[in-house]
Ligand binder design. Structure first.
Ligand SMILES: O=C(O)CCC(=O)C(=O)O
Ligand SMILES: [Fe+2]
Length: 348
C-alpha cells in the first residue's frame, strides 16, 4: 500500500489507501494484494487503485464523448429518457434521482449503459442469460463515435472488475473461484455523470449526489482530475475528501458487506450481503458536492452478481438466536427495488 496510510483518528479513518494492482499475475502476488484490500475494506471501505492498465487514450475518448453529449440540447437528450426503458438505461436529466430520501434531488444528469459486445455476436450467452441485461442499450445519434468510446472504456473496466472479484474473494479467505458460479453473467452498469457547479447560496437538500451507499458488490469509479467533489463519511461522522489522484481509479466497497458475525472468515459473498445488516462495521456512505466552480464528470461502474443469485446470509452467520434480519431476495430484484426508490417510482 502506498502514499496514504489508513491513519486513524479515534479509530476513524482520515485517509484513503492507494493500492497498486499492476502485479497480480502469480497466486502469491494476488494473496498479497488481497491482504491490502482486506485492510482497506475493513478500515475504510474505499481505496484507490493504480496499475489498472486502462490506456489514457481510452479515457480521453470517453471524456470527449460524454462532454459533447451532455452539452446537447435537453430535448435531444430526452429522446433517450431513461424512465421509458425497463432498466433505466439511457439519459437521466438533472434532479430525476434522489438517492438520499432526506434530500430533495440529485443535481446531476447521467447516461447509463449495460453489457454489450463491441462487435455484436450471434448467440451472445451473456446478453440472453442475464435478466437485467436483456434490454439492449440505447445509443444517441450524436456525437459521432459515442458508442465505441463508451464500450471501449466499459470493456477495459470489466477486465479490472474480474480481477477485483477474485481479490475480494481471496481477501475473505475463500477460494479464488468461490464467486465463479455467481458471476457468470454479472450485471455491470456504467453511468457517466455530469455535475454542474453549485455556486452562491446552496440548498443543502440539493447536492450533486446525496449521501448514500452503493447497492451492488463493488464500484469502480473514474473521476475527473483536479476537481474535488467526492466525500466519504467516517465513523466520527466527518466527511473525508476523496480527491482525484492522477492515474488512479476509486474502488468502493458497498456498505454492509460484512455480516454480523464480524470476522473475515465468516464474511459472506460480497454481493450477497446487502441485506445482512451490520451495524457493527463502518458503512461507506459517500456523497458528491460540486462547489468547485467548474463542471465535473465522473464514471462509476457498478458490479453485481448474476441476476438470479439469492441475497441471503451465509449459513454460519444465522442461528435460532440470530435469525436473518431480512427476507432473501435475488440480486436482480434487489437492484431494481433500489433503483425504483432512487428514481422516485416508489416512495421510501
Ligand atoms: O460521482 C461520483 O464521484 C460518485 C457517484 C456515486 O457515488 C454513485 O453514482 O453512486
Ligand atoms: Fe455511490
Amino acid at each position: 500500500m502506498s502514499l496514504i496510510s489508513t491513519a486513524t483518528l479515534n479509530g476513524a479513518f482520515d485517509r484513503i489507501p492507494v493500492i497498486d494492482i499492476g502485479n497480480a499475475s502469480t497466486p502469491a502476488q494476488r494473496v498479497a494484494l488481497a491482504h491490502e484490500i482486506r485492510d482497506a475494506c475493513m478500515n475504510v471501505g474505499f481505496f484507490y487503485i493504480t496499475g489498472h492498465g486502462i490506456f489514457q487514450g481510452t479515457i480521453d475518448s470517453l471524456v470527449s464523448a460524454m462532454e459533447a453529449y451532455f452539452s446537447l440540447p435537453l430535448e435531444t437528450k430526452m429522446k433517450l429518457y431513461h424512465k421509458e426503458f425497463a432498466n433505466f438505461q439511457g439519459y437521466s436529466p438533472m434532479l430525476t434521482s434522489n438517492i438520499n430520501p432526506a434530500n430533495t434531488g440529485d443535481l446531476n444528469e447521467g447516461f447509463k449503459i449495460v453489457w454489450e459486445e463491441l462487435m455484436p455476436k450471434e448467440n451472445d450467452e451473456r446478453s440472453t442469460n442475464s435478466g437485467s441485461m436483456v434490454k439492449p442499450n440505447m445509443w444517441p445519434e450524436e456525437p459521432a463515435g459515442f458508442r465505441e468510446a463508451y464500450l471501449n472504456f466499459y470493456h477495459a473496466a470489466i477486465g479490472i472488475g474480474k480481477l477485483l472479484f477474485s481479490l475480494f474473494v481471496l481477501a475473505l479467505d475463500l477460494p479464488e473461484t468461490y464467486f465463479d458460479d455467481k458471476t457468470k453473467n454479472p450485471t455491470v452498469t456504467m453511468r457517466t455523470i455530469h455535475y454542474p457547479p453549485q455556486m452562491g447560496t446552496v440548498d443543502d437538500g440539493i447536492i450533486g449526489t446525496g449521501a448514500h451507499t452503493d447497492f451492488r458488490c463493488f464500484t469502480i469509479l473514474w473521476q475527473q482530475p483536479d476537481v474535488q467533489a467526492l466525500q466519504i463519511l467516517n465513523s466520527e461522522k466527518q466527511w473525508i475528501n476523496a480527491p482525484p489522484i492522477p492515474g488512479t481509479l476509486v474502488i468502493k466497497r458497498p456498505a454492509r458487506t460484512m455480516d454480523k458475525c464480524g470476522d473475515t472468515s465468516s464474511f459472506p459473498p460480497i454481493s450477497l450481503t446487502c441485506h445482512i445488516a451490520d451495524d457493527i462495521f463502518k458503512s461507506t456512505v459517500h456523497r458528491v458536492v460540486n462547489r468547485s466552480g467548474v463542471h465535473r464528470y465522473s464514471v462509476p461502474l457498478f458490479f453485481g452478481a448474476d441476476h438470479h443469485v439469492k441475497v441471503e446470509p451465509i449459513a454460519s452467520c444465522v442461528s435460532p438466536d440470530q435469525p436473518p434480519k431480512y427476507e432473501a431476495i435475488t440480486a436482480g430484484e434487489y437492484m431494481h427495488q433500489r433503483l425504483r426508490e432512487m428514481y422516485r417510482l416508489v416512495s421510501v
